[in-house]
Design a binder for this molecule. Sequence first.
Ligand SMILES: Cc1cc2nc3c(=O)[nH]c(=O)nc-3n(C[C@H](O)[C@H](O)[C@H](O)COP(=O)(O)OP(=O)(O)OC[C@H]3O[C@@H](n4cnc5c(N)ncnc54)[C@H](O)[C@@H]3O)c2cc1C
Length: 289
Amino acid sequence: MGPFSDKTEVLIVGAGPVGLMMACQLANHGISFRIIDKKETVSTNSGALIIQARTLEIFGQMGIASEAIVEGIIADKINIISKGKKNAITSIGDIGGKLSPYPFLLMLEQSKTVKLLLKFINERGFNVERGVSFISMVREKDSVTTLVILPDGSEKQIFSQYVVAADGVRSSVRDFLKISFEGFTYPKPIFIMDCKAKTDIPPGEISFSFTNDLIAGFFPLQGSRWRIDGAFPCTNVAMESGTFKEIEKNFQLGLKVNFMPEDAEWFSVTRSQQKVSQRLSDREYFSGR
Ligand SMILES: Cc1cc2nc3c(=O)[nH]c(=O)nc-3n(C[C@H](O)[C@H](O)[C@H](O)COP(=O)(O)OP(=O)(O)OC[C@H]3O[C@@H](n4cnc5c(N)ncnc54)[C@H](O)[C@@H]3O)c2cc1C
């Protein structure tokens, strides 16, 4: 079964980091698959930024760890800045030094992780089918028939033995299977920004700054850029009304740090959630519930 045959062993829905890593592992083990994504393009923002040692070890097994390290920044210190004063510096450069060949945190933008994983499958003859959306699926005896919509609006069936739902937090596969997604949402919105900045915060280090009203984390990105995660200066900001301008005017003054954001490439307001799917596989569905 070739990569683009209508029959395949595994259909992966979603080509974010999770779906792509699944694709890489299947390609490595010689298992045929197709991977679809409803989006036509890949996001360019920093998203899931920090790569831990264990992930790098898997990248090492795949032969892509050095490429990942070259594309990222090794942050070897964490600074704690309280009310404008540097209170503590923690060295993280040697955490797990005897346990892992990668004893550090790697700042690697999600867009770069996705690019690396894509390259890995491309080199093995696979590609993501973009603009293709999961709609529904029907169980057969030993297989699943999945209905998808193609970019031209037509519908198509894909036959596979397994379907992997890697379609993110708003998973339509999970919804279709009526698997509940339980947990809670934190009440306060946070902002996330990728930008350049005028600052004296050291570029190869992670810093957290606190005052009575504000908190923000500063994470170095390549190209003299920063990723900032922080709380809004005032408590009752509605997500819809949170703007970069609002942050800009309070930022430096409120946090008491010398950090003036400029050229915001990406600005997003969100509320953190802690949720987990009630089931991670749906055997019941496939055994004829
Ligand atoms: C603003 C922001 C900041 C973040 N910061 C961090 C961070 O600092 N650290 C961290 O660990 N994580 C962070 N995250 C979360 C991180 O981006 C996700 O955890 C990660 O993307 C999850 O990967 P995934 O592959 O499971 O899902 P996704 O990356 O969401 O990928 C799912 C894919 O499935 C596709 N899809 C969805 N529905 C369908 C369908 N019906 N048919 C076909 N395709 C479909 C989507 O188009 C998408 O490409 C952040 C996310 C956001 C939005």
